[in-house]
Design a protein around this ligand. Structure first.
Ligand code: PLZ
Length: 457
């Protein structure tokens, strides 16, 4: 890309000069990262941890370049954020331009067009043809908080039902909604009241042959008996559970829950923070079974790397909240909105939903081939480019978090960023940028395959 006539600094379209190849010039982490890690532990609170202590200097596409000059393949996208790839040209250009024009006014003080444009996009892109409204905020947790505010306000009911294995965030209310104690909740109580938890559909761990409808009946029976439908403001579900282990519910589970919600006046709220924006092969994962949620929380990939989140919902519910009832200083920040418009444009023009399916086939195919020869891989699952394998003691369903840690660690040392997840810490998940070149993905999967062969041998 760069020629001798090029001006200094990155090319206008971003760091397009970063080759999309893995290349290691030191051990990982290298000496400069190790130095920075020392500084970090003296300055940064220990409670904030990192998957791999490799400090990043720049990134483009699906390649992270660290401070030692190593190029790593990013199969995590910063936890499903840079779906459009690092430094996507349309995002970089939008951010540059907007930062130079103005970076903040506070939409609640003086509005600007890009906020409105993002809301229009979300009203059109989220499932359902009905009239919708959107509000913008900063993080996934904040979006979920606002879903609960709107649902309680609209229904006059207080209870919120979430699923076991759910992850919804780290604020007080969303910690209460999140299922797993360690590391999210331990010692941080007391938690927000009126939160109830019922089992999801988790085909690998449910009784053999349990259908989606049966899993929904199990959940509904508990809600009716323990909470009472008339007390429930909303049922909050991740259409595919993310942090909980990429748990894909059995077909029929979500539609049955949505039907029950509609019958009982309970709002069906989808947390699409991790699944949204083409990741699963459609704009939103709810589309797969034709579900139209009453309220949807989005974040992560929406901002193309900038912090932006949203609640989109039925106009009657959203507009039911009194003026001034929703907001925040930074919600819908102009730079983040510009980035989101660039990201959405990129998803549309590159048809990233279709790409997610192509990448998904490559990843699922590879993981299934590994599963054929390793009894320690209990399950391979996912949808689109949201794919995972669950590691177990061979021939059982007993979680093997240690194997997940060893495999991920080996990938990291070999220059491939993979993430773990799962209530039991035994799931390796793949969430590459949807723009990743297929040869680069293949190299990443080769490294993962070698790690599995070495660690499960
Ligand atoms: N809902 C479905 O996946 C964030 C969490 C990382 P925030 N997932 C990554 C961590 O350990 O903190 C997430 C999610 C779903 C809500 C959230 C919360 O989004 O932007 O992290 O607040």
């Amino acid at each position: 890309m760069s020629t001798t006539e090029s001006p200094p600094g990155p090319p206008p379209g971003g760091h397009a000069g970063i080759a999309q190849v893995r290349s290691l010039v030191t051990t990982v982490p290298g000496p400069r990262s190790r130095e920075l890690e020392h500084r970090r532990s003296a300055a940064v609170a220990a409670g904030v941890s990192s998957t791999l202590p490799v400090f990043i200097e720049e990134a483009f596409g699906a390649i992270l370049v660290d401070v030692d000059g190593n190029s790593l393949i990013d199969l995590g996208s910063g936890i499903a954020v840079v779906g459009v790839g690092h430094a996507a040209p349309a995002v970089v250009e939008a951010v540059r331009g907007q930062a130079a024009r103005f970076a903040h006014t506070c939409f609640m003080v003086t509005p600007y067009e890009s906020y409105v444009a993002v809301c229009e996009e979300l009203n059109n892109l989220t499932p359902g043809a009905g009239e919708k409204r959107t509000m913008l905020c900063n993080s996934g947790a904040e979006a979920v908080e606002n879903v609960v505010k709107v649902a309680r306000h609209a229904t006059g009911r207080q209870a919120v039902v979430a699923l076991d294995h759910a992850y919804h965030g780290r604020t007080n209310l969303t910690m209460a909604l999140t299922a797993r104690n360690m590391p999210y909740r331990d010692g941080f109580g007391p938690f927000a009241p009126e939160i109830y938890r019922v089992p999801p559909s988790y085909p690998f761990r449910d009784p053999d042959g349990m259908t989606g409808e049966e899993a929904a009946d199990r959940a509904v029976e508990l809600i009716e008996r323990q909470v009472g439908a008339d007390n429930v403001a909303c049922l909050l579900v991740e259409p595919i559970q993310g942090e909980g282990g990429f748990v894909v519910p059995a077909p029929g589970f979500l539609p049955a829950l949505a039907r029950w919600c509609a019958q009982r006046g309970v709002l069906f709220a989808a947390d699409e923070v991790q699944t949204g924006f083409c990741r699963t092969g459609t704009w939103f994962a709810c589309e797969d079974e034709g579900i139209v949620p009453d309220l949807v929380a989005t974040a992560k990939a929406l901002g193309g790397g900038m912090p932006l989140a949203a609640v989109t919902g039925r106009a009657d519910l959203m507009d039911g909240v009194h003026p001034g009832g929703l907001g925040g200083t930074y919600g819908g920040n102009p730079v983040a909105c510009a980035a989101a418009l660039g990201a959405i444009e990129t998803m549309r023009t590159l048809d990233l939903a279709r790409r997610a399916l192509i990448l998904g086939e490559a990843m699922t195919g590879r993981l299934r081939a590994l599963q054929d020869v390793h009894a320690g891989i209990g399950d391979v699952r996912g949808r689109g480019a949201m794919v995972a394998m669950e590691l177990v003691q061979p021939g059982t369903a007993v979680p093997d978090p240690d194997a997940a840690k060893r495999i991920a660690g080996r990938c990291h040392r070999d220059g491939v960023v993979v993430l773990t997840c799962g209530t039991f810490g035994n799931v390796i998940r793949l969430l590459p940028p949807l723009t990743i070149e297929e040869t680069l993905l293949a190299d990443g999967l080769d490294v993962l395959g070698q790690a599995v062969d070495a660690e499960l041998a």
